[in-house]
Design a protein around this ligand. Sequence first.
Ligand code: SF4
Length: 353
Amino acid sequence: MIDYRSLTRKELEDLAGNMGLPAYRGRQVFKWLWRPGLSGFHEITDLPSGLRNVFAQKGRIARLKVATEQKSVDGTIKLGLGLDDGLMIECVVIPEKDHLTLCLSTQVGCAMGCSFCYTARMGFLRNLEASEIAGQVIAVMERLGLEERPRNLVFMGMGEPLANYENLTRTVQILTDELGLNYSGRRITVSTSGLAPEMLRLGQDLDVGLAISLHAPDDEIRQEIMPINRRYPISALINACKSYPIKPRRRITFEYLLLQGINDRMEQARGLARLLRGIPAKINLIPFNESPGLSFKAPSEEDVLAFQKVLTDAGYTAIIRKSKGQDIAAACGQLNTMPLLHTRGRCINTNTA
Ligand code: SF4
């Protein structure tokens, strides 16, 4: 069965051609596929009924089923979404002052094994299809009755987006299509734990924002908390950042989780300032939040402010970010759709890739 929501507009036009139809029939279908509320081909009223049946017989319109909904005291909403094979993912709707940001998952679980992340405890189950990634936007709009799509999309949910590269790029093509949800690339941020070769590919293939989960200024600390650093050490990551095509007035975002006594000292702040020199960078400082039974400690407020000051004195924009949705485990790195008792690893909560 063809998974129509995993196809780009061009692929649907080609499919129509292969069916002996004019390309515009493929365009028509594409346009309808990305309207929230569509339940089947019978609703595509500008297709002749015979054609509706032909499309319906050849494939399916993938839909994510909302299995759980949790709302935080700060307004953040986490949805648990059921996939066709019975697995589950989570996505998070984050209310900002006058708009919504939607945090999307790209994999079920994650293979990267970052030591501070709950998703890592699930291990890696599988990649999400493009229909399952882009479909999270539709599922949220339908569930929350939104007439307008969430303004910003961040690929920072479950999984390492660049480890599911083909489906990620296909998803972005679908989401930015003017006949679909018509997102601007400026409203989309892809986050990575540091897959350097794929970062370079991304820069060549798509015009989207890039965020890097850095969390340490040197290899020794970084590989303690992020095993990916053994494959792509900081020098490879920084070289990839320097080669990344950044448009004027845009910057790479560096996420830096502050863990008391591990990476929150002044020498690390100075090291970070040195490391990022020459890169158009914005730094998000995320103080770790302690959770019962987990070994990392939160930095003191004093240390967080002092760390920030070193960076701002060095000329960087460094913003202290408080994770939202902590009371419903929707904050960065807290997403996990398996009972933790049955998961492995030594990961705790906070920032995801
Ligand atoms: S922080 Fe991101 S890359 Fe690391 S394990 Fe968690 S989801 Fe994967």
